[in-house]
Design a protein around this ligand. Structure first.
Ligand SMILES: Cc1cc2nc3c(=O)[nH]c(=O)nc-3n(C[C@H](O)[C@H](O)[C@H](O)COP(=O)(O)OP(=O)(O)OC[C@H]3O[C@@H](n4cnc5c(N)ncnc54)[C@H](O)[C@@H]3O)c2cc1C
Length: 604
């Protein structure tokens, strides 16, 4: 197994220099933290991940979570994750002091979670979902719910889940049928089943708190009639004891990857005795859930970015040790007298490794940027500024969810290829990363759904204001390139790509204007691919600019080779990745329609 799963120097360079954490720390909200204390925290998370997460990564794949005799059996390290995670602030870190949190900037919390994800992506979901469920209670629940549930959840003593999906309602949550019947004491009785519930049951916490979407009897059909409930696995009786609450675990889905992260099937109210408590107001459930969805989607992007990074390091380590073939020089080619070269010296292998690097690090920058916007939304007092960061976060969120998941999978696949036949073998870890990352483009809204969100809602929201702000942010980086002569061609190229996006939107907009939304959105996923590629090109230009300035000012925080490698990676991204957008533009602006079902003929 590779010894390294992230490059802490790159994480810190991105966090401190490219994304300027210190600017966020200047706000009152974060007055209790400084760069020094944060650096200690990040190092402590790395030490914890080295000792408690990474060593169990392959073992958790080999010993999958499973259902036995009505129980879900998971790896014992889940217990360590919950307990230590509670103690070290992996659940409460970004919560306000008043709610029992550490009030850390999300940029820092994201960086800390990223290290854990890279070390062992089967474990952080257990604490992450507890965090998400507690966040919903803190934001929308009443004082009684907060008092009973939040402290136990933040301490990692009780686990949390998100119960949305039902067999007939996956992408389309408007079709949820789980029912909630009002009771005289103000509680509700829940009846229904939820599937694919991550971290839904195991023996390493004392209780589970399911944040569940259901329909109160008589509620309107569709999304307007969905409410949010707290449904504990065990409820408190009058004497304050935990007693069963009629939540039955019916099974655990056996999966392609993330095998240590259980995916449960839960039945609620089979014995008509499943009590639940409403969170916030009736019929606002989906709205509440979506308010929290930004965080969850960024979390998915973060996880995929982390796996891509871990896979990159595993491939790199292999390529630096594996001799095979000779260099393609006149003397070297097919000359058996010459020693074999290491595969890292073959241009095609370098291309695959560089692809892994630009996807992994570009994705990390994207994730940190979204977290920075989240921090600024919480910190700035000026309303116009707040609106700006809110809209920037809105338009970037589907991209942050999708790019690392989709391109991360491509990067990991290339990483497997770097190992040749060994990449396909269980003994080497690349095949596990390949399987683990595959889920990221599916859960928390598939790529198809994210792409429709981007093109159908985010690009057009507030008459294009979110897009306008994003273009302004990119323009800021382009202007900053003006003083650096050798960056000008790259800035010009990116400028041209923004014009391409404008042309595509104008073309597609014609369909929306005439009410032909099916045609407008038919190629939304291609638009996502185009848009995300350009956004990541911007990230790379920004990263390279920061590195170049450090070189020009003789900044010794990192080595010259480190800074040069960032500039080199940017050039690679522009030559090999950004160039691919031309084909996407061609497809997007092609008038021929081939995927919209047509009443006369069926071609599939
Ligand atoms: C490992 C795992 C963990 C999960 N964890 C949780 C969890 O903790 N909590 C929870 O509630 N759920 C969870 N899920 C459920 C997950 O969010 C859903 O699987 C996902 O939303 C897709 O729903 P579906 O599987 O029903 O697929 P479908 O919705 O049936 O989608 C099938 C295909 O059709 C496409 N499609 C569907 N509708 C449209 C449309 N309108 N336009 C274009 N294309 C469309 C999709 O993009 C997809 O390609 C998990 C799933 C898995 C596999």
């Amino acid at each position: 197994m590779a010894k390294q799963y992230i490059d802490l120097a790159t994480l810190k360079f991105l966090l401190y220099q490219v994304h300027q954490l210190k600017e966020v720390l200047q706000y009152d909200r974060y007055a209790d933290h400084d760069l020094e204390s944060i650096d200690l925290f990040i190092n402590a998370v790395k030490d914890f991940s080295d000792q408690e997460l990474f060593p169990y990564f392959q073992e958790m794949d080999a010993q999958p979570a499973h259902y036995k005799d009505g129980k879900i059996i998971v790896h014992p390290q889940v217990g360590v994750m919950m307990k230590k995670g509670g103690e070290m602030g992996f659940i409460s870190g970004a919560f306000d002091f008043k709610d029992g949190g550490l009030q850390l900037p999300l940029m820092v919390f994201t960086a800390a979670s990223y290290i854990q994800d890279a070390a062992n992506n089967h474990l952080p979901g257990y604490t992450g979902l507890t965090l998400g469920a507690a966040e919903l209670i803190v934001h929308f629940g009443n004082a009684a719910l907060n008092q009973i549930y939040t402290p136990k959840m933040l301490a990692g003593e009780w686990g949390g889940t998100m119960c949305l999906t039902e067999p007939q309602a996956g992408s389309s949550l408007s079709d949820i049928t789980t029912s909630a019947t009002p009771q005289a004491d103000g509680s509700y009785h829940i009846k229904g089943q939820k599937i694919f519930i991550s971290a839904g049951d195991h023996e390493y916490v004392d209780n589970f708190v399911h944040l569940l979407l259901a329909r109160i009897d008589g509620a309107a059909p569709g999304t307007k009639g969905i409410s949010l409930f707290v449904v504990p696995k065990k409820r408190l009786d009058d004497a304050g004891n935990l007693v069963p609450n009629d939540v039955i675990t019916a099974g655990d889905f056996q999966k392609l990857g993330q095998k240590g992260y259980c995916t449960t099937h839960l039945m609620f109210g089979e014995g008509d005795d499943c009590k639940a408590w409403l969170v916030g107001e009736a019929n606002q459930g989906l709205k509440y859930m979506f308010l929290m969805m930004n965080g969850a989607r960024i979390g998915v992007g973060r996880g995929a970015a982390a796996i891509a990074m871990a896979a990159y390091h595993a491939s790199l380590a292999y390529a630096q040790e594996r001799p095979q073939g000779r260099k393609l020089t006149a003397t070297g080619k097919k000359n058996p007298d010459q020693a074999q070269t290491l595969i890292i010296n073959h241009p095609d292998v370098r291309r695959m490794l560089l692809l892994q690097k630009v996807v992994a690090e570009g994705s990390l920058s994207l994730v940190l940027l979204a977290s920075r916007y989240q921090d600024l939304i919480k910190s700035v007092t000026d309303e116009t500024e707040k609106e700006r960061y809110t809209l920037l976060l809105e338009i970037l969120t589907p991209v942050v969810k999708t790019y690392p998941s989709e391109m991360g999978a491509t990067a990991v696949s290339n990483g497997l290829q770097v190992l040749g036949g060994y990449g396909f073998c269980s003994e080497y870890v690349l095949q596990q990363y390949h399987r683990d990352i595959r889920i990221f483009s599916i859960y928390e809204g598939t790529t198809g759904i994210q792409s429709q969100d981007l093109l159908g809602r985010k690009v057009t929201m507030k008459a294009g204001k979110a897009l306008g702000y994003l273009v302004e942010e990119i323009a800021g980086t382009l202007q900053a390139c003006a003083t650096i002569h050798d960056f000008q061609p790259y800035a010009n190229k990116l400028q041209q790509k923004l014009k391409d996006v404008q042309a595509v939107l104008q073309f597609l907009g014609g369909f929306a204007k005439t009410g032909n939304y099916e045609r407008y959105l038919a190629d939304a996923t291609l638009f996502m691919e185009l848009f995300a590629n350009i956004v990541v090109a911007w990230r790379w230009l920004d990263i390279a600019l920061t590195a170049k300035k450090a070189l020009l000012t003789n900044d010794k925080t990192y080595t010259e080779a480190f800074y040069e490698s960032k500039v080199h990676a940017m050039k690679f991204y522009f030559k090999y990745e950004l160039a691919k957008t031309a084909g996407l533009v061609e497809s997007l602006m092609d008038k021929e329609v081939l995927t919209i079902p047509n009443e006369k003929k069926v071609f599939i």
